[in-house]
Design a protein around this ligand. Sequence first.
Ligand SMILES: C[S@@+](CC[C@H](N)C(=O)[O-])C[C@H]1O[C@@H](n2cnc3c(N)ncnc32)[C@H](O)[C@@H]1O
Length: 465
Amino acid sequence: MQRHKTAMVRHTLSQPMSLLVRHGLVGPEATVFDYGCGQGDDLRALAAAGVTASGWDPHFAPDVPQVSADVVNLGFVLNVIEDAGERLEALRNAWSLSRKLLAVSTMIIGQVPVDGLRPYGDGYLTSRGTFQKYFQHAELRAVVAQVTGVEPVALAPGIFVAFRCPEDEQDFLLQRRRSRRSSTAGYRVERPRRAAIARPEVHERIATVIEEMAAFAMDRGRLPHPEELTPTGHEKLSHERVSFTRALELCREVAIDEEAFSSATAARREDLLVHHALGILNRTRSASQPSPAIIRDVRAHFGSQRELGEQALEYLHALADAKRTAQAMEVAAELGVGIIDEDGRLVVDAERIESMPGVLRCYIGCAFHLSGEIDGPCLVRLDPLRKRLTLFPLEEWDPPFPVSTRSVSIDLRKQDVYFRLKLRRLVRKADIFGMSPRSKQRQLERQHREQSGLGERIVLEHVAG
Ligand SMILES: C[S@@+](CC[C@H](N)C(=O)[O-])C[C@H]1O[C@@H](n2cnc3c(N)ncnc32)[C@H](O)[C@@H]1O
């Protein structure tokens, strides 16, 4: 199997590496080892940002020594290995090199269509003769847990981090709820230029067009139509005598990271579904008059408006299905977006709604359509059993026990909204923000619970008066 063919040229950090940087797990103070580094573009970007990093790859960098590092990345390697025993071995080796943490990512089921691919072992043979196994998110978690002996933390679907030391894990959990993330701006891939090229290659001559096309693709989860390229882009192409189709091909080859593109596609599909489902529910007039750009999106992602309509209806049925919403809530809680309270309801910081699974965003979108949104700090509580969503505006986040004086409940069954004046205290701020077990906030909350005889999972405490 020609596994190396799976390694693409990257122009930006890979998704797992970018997440590690944004969460502050990778930076100039931590050393990095990229196990199965492919063409090494992540390493070049890390070096450009001042991070000490090296990597090994059986095809591209077989002679580089495998060394220990604070952070080891095993990025999209397990999914290209057809032999299950060898997968475990790669995982074991990578873990043994990591001093602080190991990041493991794979393609996951549903990220790309597998129609037409030839089944092979527990995966598929692609048209390029490479092997791809698409993992279930939970399956990957189990494999990582089995090999490392550590319950890994999910950074995104198909991307896990296993920490050696529980304190580091807790620090990370605290960091991740903070809205301000580290930037990846300094992490640019600078590929070595080939010497003695008389004339730049085509893709270099039309680099601005390729950039424009790639930016469009990552935003919309699909490639642009000729009408969607700017006039300057067209001028450049005709000046360089490159056809639109050829430019697109080059763009895919040199500028589009396939995993990031499939995530962008999945995100755009979900946005369209949520948007359309809300349109059906609220009978929004604009939903029946989509713009040409949306029509193209729908065609690319769903084939037809009718198919989108059917899938959106299916989405709405999911809203009515308490079991499915409950499952989506568990996924959200597992990803650290909110916590489940004593009555099985999900409580989440309103700022984090965009990171929730689509079914829940749809649920919340429906409710917001009835109630309008709330400005300022606010908790959102989803109660799929009673088809209810309640908003708790908070006076401010800063105090250890932030206070809410009123709530807005939206009853999706009755399509009605109820306001209530009631004093409540948030008594699980540490969980909402994922603070460390040793944090002062958690100690305060524990003391408070003991003194007031509050149950462990109570999130909002009623206050008399
Ligand atoms: C899809 S590429 C990913 C490359 C890189 N990590 C990235 O994200 O761009 C998979 C890489 O895994 C490498 N590989 C194949 N078998 C491996 C093994 N047993 N151990 C480590 N790497 C392996 C291949 O040579 C290939 O470069």
